[in-house]
Design a protein around this ligand. Structure first.
Ligand code: GAF
Length: 377
């Protein structure tokens, strides 16, 4: 990918670029908890967005996307927002840096990626993080704190892309470290790295290839439900809510809001249970919690779909340790905790049975926990 990007850059621009990359992410557990002040447990993966970038001594940004085969040019003022959705991520990052008093000048860039789009692996967060990291290096002497780079990506989603997301994806993409998952407390923003290299288990993603699209999706409605319940409870977020508190207001809120909040409260506890289990090396317990998350995401939070439920049932039937829908939902991947001895048989049966039912094989990605945003020398 590096060579392809550099070659493309040379064919379009005269300057000598620097190379940057940032990663997609997985999340072991803790779904839809980030914007509720809860805990998440993500890690960066070995699939990235990579960009070659060089300042161009103008006030214009010129970016070419190799994968989409499109070049977009835009200025750096608010009214210069491009229409192309992928370019809005980059424009948003520039604007958010400028709004914080940082520096962004004109630049030329070429980028490409190998994060499957719409698979729930946060290709958009990787794009934001890659450019935020690069612009911090190129124009700001790396004075913007890394956590702030994640917040810049999140603000880009809110203000330029129509997704009221939490901080998890951008955090994982920027802060990820090889071989380590991270437990992030999305209220205090404190985080801890957890080495994740079980001897007998591995993580496998099964991509249903049902494309998920969070913009204008029910994602924002889920968040609004949670915020309504928190407000009704007199809390800032659902972080301090409990099931008894929720039951006490059940008759005052809609059934839909009740079940959304119930999922979030239970999920918060599951993340803590998984942290505990990991410390003890109890992967069977981790797996149990993953199945419970899936059930909650499907029945109470209603962000699953037929294909993902089918994949989850299949994993359970095949005796797989843990399985659940991963990320925002509405399509994309399941994440599976699989005993290494079972991997081959699981992949074979999941491909066969899914194809029999839906006419095409799901895609399989082994998870390699890797570094987040970085400069490539
Ligand atoms: C999406 C969002 F971008 C994240 O912030 C998070 O809420 C996730 O869905 C669900 O856990 O990836």
């Amino acid at each position: 990918m590096k060579e392809k990007i550099l070659k493309e850059f040379k064919s379009r621009f005269e300057t000598e670029p620097k190379l940057y990359a940032s990663a997609g992410r997985i999340n072991l557990i803790g779904e839809h908890t980030d914007y509720n002040g809860g805990f998440v447990f993500p890690g960066a993966i070995d699939k990235v967005i990579m960009a070659a970038i060089a300042p161009n001594d103008t006030d214009k940004v010129k970016v070419y996307s190799i994968d989409i085969d499109e070049e977009v040019e835009f200025g750096l003022n608010e009214e210069d927002a491009p229409t192309s959705s992928w370019a809005r991520y980059i424009f948003g990052v520039c604007r958010e840096i400028l709004k914080r008093g940082g520096t962004v000048k004109g630049f030329d860039a070429v980028f490409a990626g190998n994060i499957p789009l719409g698979a729930g692996l946060s290709s958009s967060a990787a794009l934001e993080s890659c450019f935020a990291f690069a612009l911090n290096d190129l124009f700001n002497d790396n004075t913007i704190d890394k956590f702030e780079l994640a917040k810049i990506g999140q603000a880009t989603e809110h203000n330029y892309c129509g997704v009221n997301c939490g901080i998890m994806d951008q955090f994982a993409s920027v802060m990820g470290q090889k071989g380590k998952l991270m437990r992030l407390d999305c209220r205090s923003m404190e985080y801890e790295y957890y080495p994740f290299a079980p001897e007998d288990y591995e993580l496998i993603l099964v991509d249903s290839c049902v494309k998920h699209e969070l913009a204008d999706s029910p994602y924002n409605k889920r968040r609004a439900s949670c915020e309504r319940v928190a407000k009704r409870l007199g809390l800032e977020t659902l972080r301090d809510a409990t099931i008894p508190m929720l039951k006490a207001i059940r008759s005052d809120i809609t059934a839909e809001d009740y079940f959304r909040a119930k999922f979030v409260i239970e999920e918060k506890e599951r993340v803590l249970a998984v942290c505990d289990a990991l410390t003890r090396g109890d992967y069977e317990k981790v797996g149990e919690e993953m199945y419970a998350t899936h059930a909650g995401l499907s029945d109470d939070y209603e962000v699953s779909c037929e294909e993902l439920d089918f994949l989850n049932d299949l994993a359970r039937k095949s005796g797989i340790t843990g399985s659940r829908i991963m990320g925002g939902g509405f399509g994309g991947c399941t994440i599976n905790l699989v005993k290494k001895d079972n991997t081959e048989a699981f992949i074979e049966s999941v491909k066969r049975e899914f194809k029999e039912k839906y006419g095409h094989e799901p895609k399989i990605y082994p998870v390699v926990i890797s570094d987040g945003a970085r400069k490539i020398e």
